[in-house]
Structures are given as structure tokens and as C-alpha cells.
Design a protein around this ligand. Structure first.
Ligand SMILES: [Zn+2]
Length: 509
């Protein structure tokens, strides 16, 4: 097996698995280099050698769909909790209210996202292994036909799923498409190298393409569907399917039991690492982890992650047209990926021109809490690449802030990662309000979730993603709400960038 394929796996799969598995025996697959890959390979072998691999493949995808529908239910519960807290606050303005993100519902959501990543990675791994087997000349024709049957069966199933499943499977489909594209590219290069530059016959890979492409339709249709349908419940129509769903939910419960509880408790211990009485500074402790709890009253930092992307231009336009009685301009801070920024030089320039600080959100967006991730690449190399891009516009620009993907180094639970960020002379930025925009993909729903949390909290860091067109709709609605609060309801909401917020906090001391 070519080492190129190994690199595809390393680059594309981000499963979260138990770090060790005592009963594990090395498989024949030489490229399974990490524990989690080895475990996925074991699962794949069990599936492929089982009684009905084509049905197991479909069951796994359905289990993922059911998990995601459960998360929609949790989001609805989270919003109801916010409503209840707002009602308490209205009755008694001095009532002590639990931080929204300290809610058990939010913690449950975080665990479900982790399980979602694990399922997605494993399905993508199975798909990649099927592609490899389909093109492995050492396997028999009968074996090729068997694998082809599994892939065709899955593709047919996906092509016939209902709209709700379709919505929930978008992320998986994007992942499968990436796997497929990278595989074909590597396969062609490998084949050409071995055959004096000859391009491989189309049939070698083409028969497998349906799987990855099956669900791709128009995103406009997707957003329209989400806008008009309730996605929090799903009841299958036949008793047999209802029984199947109950089994999925039971399996999901068991799998959730294997996911570690997220540790997001704000430390109450005073961090003494800052000099000169500052409250925020480069530190592996709480002082080096900006949430926004220490911001002055009414101060908000809007932050946007995962870009730049095509949609960033529209986000900049939405921000540029804003002003209210307190804020002459909108302010925002962007946490960007090193594998994206070089592709959008005009966007980077426009962000600079608008005065928005540009920071680091890693190279490829892995979970840095996982020890198998190349942290030097993700933290140090990304700084080099992003700094080079940013300095094309402003030659003395220095990146001062880093945000871990998934917020996975919130607490000092991952001291090695936090130390690496501190070594880069950067402060870690977390959030106090989670918009859940990437999951909701719906402007009004995201806006409602954000403004409800803003009513409860008064100040802090707000997390959003400029890569989703629906988040631009959400930002317009949040800003319209804020303008009404400031211009008509005597609120004093002030928009700041992260560096401005830090100056306010540290300077006020
Ligand atoms: Zn991110």
C-alpha cells in the first residue's frame, strides 16, 4: 500500500478514540499508525468479514443520523432553559443565574459532538478502506465484486433517504467527498508513477464514486428545508423502524458512556502569573484564557472562526453597514485557519482594511487535546504561515491570540497545548456565548440563541463562524436587536475587538 494513502488518513480522519486498547493485535494493514486508526481498522475488519456488511454500513450511518437528531432536541432544551432563566431574571433583576454554558444540557451537547466526530471519522475510514480494496490488484475479482456491492448498496440507500436525514448527513457527505477526491488523486499519481505516466483506467475508481457524491444537492434547498421543518424529533413510520431507532438510541447511550466528561469549569483559583496586577496575560492558567467574564459591563467581543471562506466577504459587508448610538462601527475578531487564509488574499486585505484583528485557529482544525495530533504543525507552523499572509498586508503584524478548535484546551486540562500557545506568546481565547451556528444553519434560530444569552450575561465573548452563509443572516438579526437595545431601550452594549477588550480589562486595573 502506498504511503500516500497513509497520508490521506492522517490528514482527513479525526476520530476520538480511547488512547489504548489492551486487547489490540496489530493487523496486516501496515499504514494504521496510531491507536485510533488501529482500532478503526479492527472495526472495519469485523464489519467486512461479518454476515451482512452492507446492512452494517447503513446501520452505522443511521446511528449517526439518530445521534444528530438527539442533539437538535438538546439545543431546543438549552433554549427553553434560557427562556426560564430570562423569566427568573425579569421577576428579580438580582437573581443569581447559572452561566448558560455551565448547564448540563450544554455539557451533554459537547459529549454528543465528540461522539458525532467519532462516528463520522469511522464511517469515512470504512469508506476509504472500501476504495482501497476496490483498487487493490492483489484481491480476487469476487472480492472486488463484494466490496462494489457494499458501496453500491450504501449509495442507493443514501440517494433515497428522507430530507431530515439528508440535512443531518451533510457533514459526513462533505467528509466522504474529501476522502474520495484525495483518494482518486493519490491513486492516479501512484498508478502513473508505476506505469510510466499512464493514467489509470476510469473503472478502477469510478464505480466507487457514487457513495461520496450521493447527497450533494443545493445548499439553498438545504437552508430552505431547515427553515421550515422541525428537526428536533423524528418518529419512523413502521413498527420495525421504530424498534430499529430504539436500538440505535440505546447504542448511542452506551457509546456516550465512553466519552469523557468535558472539563469546562472556570477555575476559581486566582491566577498569579500576570504581572503588574493585570487580569489577562500570556499564561497557561485562567488569566491566559479569555472568556469575557472579566470584561466591563455591556462589553461584547464578536468572534468568527474557521475562515476565511467565500462567505467571509458577505460577513464583512454585513458588519461594515452597521452603526448605532453607542458603536460608530461594528467590531469583530477573526480566528482563521492556516490552510484557508492563503487561498483568500483579497479577503484578508479587506479584513485588515476594516480594522479587524486576525488571529490563529490552527492549521487544519484538529482536536488539539488528542495526543496523536501534530501539535507543532497546528500551533507553530500555522503561526508562520498565517503571519506571512497577514504581513503581506501589514508588515509588522504580530498574531497575539489563539483559539483551539472545538475550544478543546479551555481548562488547564491540556497543559502541554496551553504551554505551546504561551510559548508562541499568545493568549488563548474561549467564549462565553456559543451560537451553535454551525449546527443550526438557520439565521433566526441562531440569532435567538445568541440574543437570549446576551440578555442573561451582559458581557463576554461570542462564538460564531463566518464560513456559513446562514451565520451572516444571524449576525444581521443580532445586530438589529442590539441597535434597538442601544437606540431605543437605553442599553449600552459596546462592541470591541479582543485586543481592545484586553486593554479595557488590564488598563482598568
Ligand atoms: Zn473552529
Amino acid at each position: 500500500m502506498s504511503s500516500k494513502f497513509g497520508r490521506i488518513i492522517a490528514g482527513l480522519l479525526t476520530a476520538i478514540f480511547l488512547a489504548s486498547c489492551a486487547s489490540y493485535q496489530p493487523t496486516s494493514r501496515g499504514i494504521a499508525s496510531t491507536d485510533e486508526e488501529q482500532l478503526m481498522e479492527l472495526h472495519f475488519q469485523a464489519l467486512i468479514n461479518g454476515q451482512a456488511p452492507e446492512q452494517e454500513m447503513i446501520d452505522y450511518i443511521d446511528r449517526l443520523v439518530n445521534l444528530l437528531i438527539l442533539t437538535n432536541k438538546d439545543i431546543a432544551t438549552f433554549e427553553k432553559e434560557l427562556d426560564a432563566k430570562i423569566a427568573i431574571r425579569k421577576k428579580n433583576s438580582r437573581a443569581v443565574i447559572e452561566e448558560p454554558l455551565a448547564s448540563k444540557t450544554y455539557t451533554k451537547l459537547l459529549k454528543k459532538w465528540k461522539l458525532k466526530d467519532r462516528y463520522t471519522a469511522e464511517i469515512a475510514y470504512f469508506y476509504l478502506r472500501c476504495l482501497e480494496m476496490r483498487t487493490d490488484k492483489s484481491l480476487s475479482n469476487a472480492e472486488h465484486q463484494r466490496i462494489k456491492h457494499i458501496q453500491q448498496n450504501t449509495a442507493t440507500y443514501l440517494a433515497n433517504t428522507q430530507d431530515l436525514q439528508r440535512v443531518e448527513l451533510q457533514e459526513l457527505m462533505t467528509k466522504l467527498s474529501e476522502v474520495f477526491t484525495a483518494f482518486v488523486q493519490a491513486y492516479k499519481e501512484d498508478y502513473a508513477a508505476k506505469h510510466g505516466g499512464v493514467v489509470p483506467p476510469v473503472d478502477d475508481t469510478d464505480a466507487a464514486s457514487g457513495f461520496g457524491q450521493a447527497l450533494f444537492g443545493s445548499t439553498t434547498d438545504l437552508y430552505a428545508y431547515i427553515k421550515t421543518h422541525n428537526t428536533t424529533t423524528y418518529t419512523p413510520s413502521t413498527p420495525a423502524d421504530q424498534k430499529r431507532q430504539a436500538e440505535f438510541i440505546s447504542t448511542i447511550d452506551q457509546d456516550l458512556g465512553l466519552i469523557e466528561d468535558p472539563d469546562r469549569d472556570v477555575q476559581s483559583v486566582q491566577d498569579l502569573t500576570c504581572k503588574d496586577g493585570k487580569q489577562i496575560c500570556i499564561s497557561t492558567g485562567e488569566a491566559g484564557n479569555i472568556v469575557g467574564k472579566v470584561f466591563p459591563k455591556g462589553v461584547w467581543a464578536f468572534t468568527f472562526d474557521d475562515g476565511p471562506a467565500k462567505s467571509t466577504t458577505n460577513m464583512l459587508a454585513a458588519l461594515a453597514s452597521y452603526s448605532d448610538n453607542v458603536n460608530p462601527h461594528a467590531k469583530a475578531t477573526f480566528f482563521q485557519l492556516a490552510n484557508a487564509a492563503p487561498k483568500f488574499p483579497d479577503t484578508v486585505k479587506a479584513q485588515f482594511d476594516a480594522g479587524y484583528p486576525l488571529e490563529n485557529h490552527s492549521f487544519t482544525h484538529p482536536d488539539l487535546a488528542k495526543s496523536s495530533v501534530n501539535r507543532v504543525h497546528e500551533i507553530n507552523d500555522s503561526n508562520v504561515v498565517l503571519t506571512k499572509e497577514y504581513q503581506k498586508i501589514q508588515s509588522d503584524y504580530v498574531i497575539q491570540y489563539f483559539r483551539c478548535p472545538y475550544g478543546s484546551c479551555y481548562a488547564p486540562k491540556v497543559p502541554a497545548v496551553r504551554q505551546m500557545i504561551a510559548d508562541q506568546k499568545q493568549v488563548h481565547v474561549y467564549w462565553r456565548i456559543d451560537s451553535l451556528d454551525w449546527k443550526l444553519l438557520n439565521g433566526p434560530k441562531v440569532s435567538a440563541l445568541v440574543t437570549k444569552q446576551m440578555q442573561l450575561l451582559d458581557h463576554g465573548v461570542i462564538l460564531m463562524h463566518d464560513i456559513h452563509p446562514t451565520t451572516i443572516d444571524a449576525v444581521k438579526l443580532v445586530l438589529a436587536w442590539m441597535k434597538d437595545q442601544n437606540n431605543n431601550k437605553n442599553a449600552k452594549y459596546k462592541m470591541v475587538t479582543i485586543p481592545e477588550a484586553v486593554d479595557l480589562v488590564n488598563g482598568a486595573h
